[in-house]
Each structure stands twice: as structure tokens, then as C-alpha cells.
Design a protein around this ligand. Sequence first.
Ligand SMILES: Cc1cc2nc3c(=O)[nH]c(=O)nc-3n(C[C@H](O)[C@H](O)[C@H](O)COP(=O)(O)OP(=O)(O)OC[C@H]3O[C@@H](n4cnc5c(N)ncnc54)[C@H](O)[C@@H]3O)c2cc1C
Length: 341
Amino acid sequence: MKRLILCGCGHGHIHILKNSRKFLKNIEIIVITDNKYQYYSGMYTGFLDGIYRHDEICFDVEKICHENNTKFILDKVVSIDSKNNVVISKNHKLEYDYLSVNLGASQNTISFDKSVINSKPINNIIDLKDRISIEDNSIVILGAGASGLELAFALKNIYPDKTISIITKGHIQMEGFNKSSNKKVKSLLHSKGIKLYENQKINDVNDIQIPYDKLIMCIGSKGVDVDFGNLPVTDKNFLLSDEFLRVSENIFAVGDCVSFRKYPNLPKAGVYAIRQSSILFKNIVRTLKSEDLIEYVPDSNPLQILYCSNEKALLNYKNLSLYSHFSFLIKKYIDRKYMTK
Ligand SMILES: Cc1cc2nc3c(=O)[nH]c(=O)nc-3n(C[C@H](O)[C@H](O)[C@H](O)COP(=O)(O)OP(=O)(O)OC[C@H]3O[C@@H](n4cnc5c(N)ncnc54)[C@H](O)[C@@H]3O)c2cc1C
């Protein structure tokens, strides 16, 4: 029997696991991941806010594997030897016929000081509230993208008496959000008492002019700490993939760990990783049947909803920008549907 190994268990692999029993019958599937849970970042700040419970924002990967007769290995992937078709993790060495990589990304950082918290991967900040103490009066978030902004809103809501600040290198410019949404976010920060410092080029902690007790990094990502051997990678260690989600003939890759040759500027966001998941699944099934593969074409205008705490959200779609409780309800519906389907 042929063997498919799933490295990491991001959104793409959750989709494969949930459909494997029906559509992937004559192949052995093994999952190697370093966390029993797969978190859904779209609900993370709602979890911080107390709207969602832990079990509502994550998939229990071990349980899903068990329910679908799939072998689950809790281990950290260290390297991939594509010449010999072997995945090496800390405690295992496994041969594969087909491989799929969905390992996410790691955080770009400017310091390894103990006051610094990396926001990626999301597993790293699931206990964020335990890591912020009563004595921490000033929390600074570096980076004003969607994740930095959501975190600022959540933290101000949880700790109204602490000083929450955001520092960014240019102006607020959330990727894929229109002008009016960016303007609205800026006025929301102001009305909630979150301090915003724009046009600050920070290369080092010494460049930060305001005092802080905790510094949260939200300044973009780099590839995971895995040696991909002979496989093609970018200078940031993102795997280079084609529009069929393939890195080589028998290796697929999706989500934040990938840079597409055809779409090098595609943002690293869960909305794209989730869209790729059904194409990945179909292409693995088609590969096994020696059928033609389906091309992945990213959505150029995805619906984006930024949770701004207090059960309100900012919905952005093309030229539409709507900050309201209704936007939150739409987000809640979409997120819950994704988690329970
Ligand atoms: C605070 C925050 C809020 C966000 N909010 C949103 C949002 O609202 N909307 C949105 O679209 N995006 C959001 N994002 C971005 C989103 O989290 C990522 O783009 C998305 O999770 C990427 O999905 P993925 O499937 O590629 O990988 P991930 O979801 O990161 O999954 C990777 C998996 O691989 C495992 N893994 C990693 N390394 C190894 C290893 N060496 N060995 C074994 N296993 C490993 C991990 O444990 C994990 O299970 C947010 C990010 C942050 C930090």
C-alpha cells in the first residue's frame, strides 16, 4: 500500500483528514504534527475576549485522526530528504510515496528578549493572558497589520487600565482592505484609547522610544525552521510551489509555508490557506488516479472581517466597509460553520 505523509496539520490537512475515509481509501495516511490541537486564528481574539471556549477555536487533531483511521504522530519535523523520500522528525524517520506540507510560518522578530512575545505561530500565544502580568502596565504591539490590530483591540478590552500601543513603519495599511476601512480602524484605535505611532522604522529594540513591559511581534513572517534539503525554497525558507500546489511530482504544499511562483505576493492569511485546502485534497485524489490536476487561482477580492472586540467587527469587501455588530454576527456564522462542518 502506498503511503501519504502529512507534515504539520494546518487548514489544508484538516480538510484532508475530514474527507479521507470517504475518498482516500487505498492509501496509508500518517500525520506528523508538533501540536495536538490545530487553532483557528479567525476566532482567536474572540477567545481572548471570552466569547469562545478553547474547544470551539481548535480542532483536536489526534481525535480526528483516530476517528478516520489515520496514524497520528506528535513530533517536530526537522528535515525532508526528497531524494530518498524520507521525512525526518525529532524521534522518527519515515518513508513516503506522497508528501504534503502544511507547516504554517514563524514570526519575524527583532529580539529574543524574554519581554518579547511572538504572535506566530498561533500556538505560541494561546496562553497570552497568562503571560501578561498585573505588573505589566505598558504593552506595545509592533506591526499594524490585521493580526496586530485585532490583538490591540482585544488587549484594550481585557485590560482597559493598561497602556496599549501600536508601532508601525508606515501608515495603517491592512493588506486587501480598502481606504475607508483603513481610515475607520485608525479612528477606532483613537476612540478606544489605543496609542498609534506611525512612520517608525524599528530595526532594534533600542529604536523603540516608549517604555514597555511586553512587546508583541506582529511584523510579518518567515518560513518554519525545517531543512527542506533539495526542494526549492525562497530566501525566507518558504517552499516554492506551482499553481497546482506542487513542489515536486510527489510533494504538495499549502498555506503560509508556501510562496507561489505564479503569485509571489499572495498574503499569508488563513482565508487563502482555507481556500487552497479543497484544491489540495482534489489534487491528491487526482494524482493517485493519474488524472489531470486542478489549478489554484487565488480570490482577488476575498471578504475580510476584522474582529474589533465587544462583539463588533469591520467587514471589508471590495469598496464596502461596514463596522457593526451585524458584521460580527456574519463573521461568527462563517467561523462557526468552518469549525463544525
Ligand atoms: C493573532 C493572529 C490573528 C490572525 N487572524 C487571522 C484572521 O482573522 N484571518 C486570516 O485569514 N488570517 C489570520 N491570521 C493568519 C493565520 O493564522 C494564518 O495565515 C493561518 O493559520 C495559516 O494557516 P496554515 O494552514 O498555513 O498553517 P497553520 O494554521 O499555522 O498550521 C501549521 C501547523 O503545522 C504545525 N507545525 C509547525 N511547524 C511544525 C514542525 N516543525 N513539525 C510538525 N508540525 C509543525 C503547527 O503546530 C500547526 O498545526 C492571524 C494570525 C495571527 C497571528
